[in-house]
Design a protein around this ligand. Structure first.
Ligand SMILES: NC(=O)c1ccc[n+]([C@@H]2O[C@H](COP(=O)([O-])OP(=O)(O)OC[C@H]3O[C@@H](n4cnc5c(N)ncnc54)[C@H](O)[C@@H]3O)[C@@H](O)[C@H]2O)c1
Length: 437
């Protein structure tokens, strides 16, 4: 261990290291808060001035970060936020949590990472640790960030340290948060991994060091590819089970009693958010550049993308069969429109496509979502309707798309005429009004 590394380790352990988090979204804000709560001085940087104002006023805009907790650390001077990247001159650690979306032709768009790297390069100084947490393809840290930073003349592993450590949080998950999810760390050099590992051990009990930044990048994509493929498999099996007159949910419940060799995944109305649907494309894009085609990812994407239309087609049949009504003369309420339960995020949510398709078929559409008061999507502008018995009674069909835990499903069932449950949320109720995916 060199003198520089020892001094840095000392700074981390004594909580004297100053930390900057670039990108204060679903990933960056909770992380900044946790480090501040553990006694570090943290500065958050974001290009969105509104978010900066909110943080500095101690107001949270992320469901998983309680306003009271944010306000307390802001009051104590442990966390502040700014749009000014010059503050990077004075920090010891920079953690990058910017978005990694797809571009118009559905290829990876790492422009936010490049922009953040430019800011870091402008102020890079000896004895600084840079960590990328944004999900990205293997090679981003060593092919894109490293050469840009070494233009400064400083040497990685000696003058500064560079790592990739994937963020694994699951917004809305009450059991697993930043503090109890093991952190994977892969550095450009062993010293980079050691220091980043030491830093994360201050906020999480378990750090897994891998041999390179590429392996760490791959780990995250492996996790999300595993999910997209298994969800796709379940969605395909659910459609087949329907035509075989088998209840897929019952079969899954039975299969998961096997104590080894099986892990349950569930079908649903389609995938959304910006992780499961996006991250595997980062991997298939990069693999394609190296001559490999990732067929499983492509197939799973296609099957999952068909689900919203499948849900609408089934709804047409359900209405016909159980109430003798055409969709074009029906009132349909979509219950839950976020991409998954207990988050306020509607990005890429299958519910939006379901609403568009229903509207195109002439249905009179409405929605209820306790987390989303209003939506605008492809010419649709709707306000969340209150879930009153009077309103539910007027609906020909309720499609349960997102199973938020705050909804009183017993009351919904009692007042509704017909429910198409795409999440098996109503499994404990026995009623001829319920049709399951
Ligand atoms: N949200 C999740 O559940 C989740 C989980 C694991 C990993 N990830 C990954 O983490 C990364 C961040 O995701 P997120 O959900 O927090 O995104 P987000 O959109 O919620 O937040 C990103 C923030 O970065 C800011 N930003 C963009 N460019 C910037 C720049 N150059 N400088 C400063 N700020 C900038 C944006 O204004 C925004 O506030 C992505 O790569 C994502 O794939 C997300």
């Amino acid at each position: 261990m060199t003198k520089t590394e020892k001094a840095f380790a000392q700074k981390i352990q004594s909580r004297k290291a100053q930390i900057a988090v670039i990108g204060l979204g679903y990933v960056g804000l909770p992380l900044a808060v946790v480090f501040a709560q553990k006694g570090y001085r943290v500065v958050g940087i974001d290009t969105n001035g509104q978010r900066i104002d909110c943080v500095n006023q101690g107001k949270s805009y992320i469901g998983d970060v309680p306003t009271a907790e944010l306000a307390a650390i802001v009051r104590q001077g442990r966390l502040r936020a700014t749009t000014d990247t010059k503050v990077l001159r004075d920090v010891d650690v920079v953690i990058v949590c910017v978005p990694t979306p797809l571009n118009r032709v559905k290829d990876p768009d790492i422009s936010f990472i490049v922009e953040a790297t430019n800011s870091i390069h402008g102020t890079l100084h000896a004895g600084e640790l840079i960590i990328l947490e944004s999900t990205t393809y293997p090679g981003t840290t060593d092919e894109v960030i490293l050469p840009a930073l070494e233009k400064s003349g400083l040497k990685v592993g000696e003058d500064f340290y560079l790592c990739f450590s994937p963020e694994r949080i699951d917004p809305g998950n009450r059991d697993f948060k930043t503090q109890n999810i093991p952190k994977v760390v892969g550095g450009i050099t062993p010293a980079c991994s050691r220091l980043a590992g030491l830093l994360y051990r201050q906020i999480t009990p378990s750090v897994v060091r891998v041999s390179s930044s590429r392996t760490a990048e791959m780990t995250k994509l492996l996790e999300n590819t595993f999910r997209i493929v298994n969800i796709g498999l379940m969605n395909e099996l659910a459609q087949a089970a329907g035509s075989l007159n088998v209840d897929i949910w019952e079969a899954i419940d039975a299969a998961k009693t096997k104590p080894f060799g099986y892990m349950p995944f569930y079908p649903g109305p389609g995938i959304g958010g910006h992780c499961i649907g996006v991250d595997p494309i980062y991997l298939s894009w990069k693999a394609r550049m190296h001559g490999s085609s990732l067929h499983f990812i492509e197939l799973a994407r296609r099957v999952n993308a068909e689900m919203p239309r499948y849900v609408v087609n089934r709804s047409v049949h359900v209405l016909n069969r159980y109430s003798g009504k055409a969709i074009s003369r029906s009132k349909v309420l979509v219950l839950g429109i976020t991409y998954k339960r207990d988050v306020e995020d509607t990005r890429e949510s299958p519910a939006l496509e379901i609403l568009s398709e229903l509207k195109a078929l002439g249905a009179e559409i409405s929605y209820h979502d306790p987390m989303v008061p209003e939506i605008r999507h492809e010419g649709i502008h709707l306000i969340s309707q209150p879930l009153t018995a009077a309103f539910l009674k007027k609906q020909d069909l309720v499609i349960l798309v997102t199973d938020h835990s705050t909804v009183n499903y017993k009351r919904v069932l009692a007042a509704s005429r017909l429910i198409f449950d795409t999440r098996n949320k109503l499994s404990k109720f026995k009623s001829s009004k319920i049709v399951r995916l």
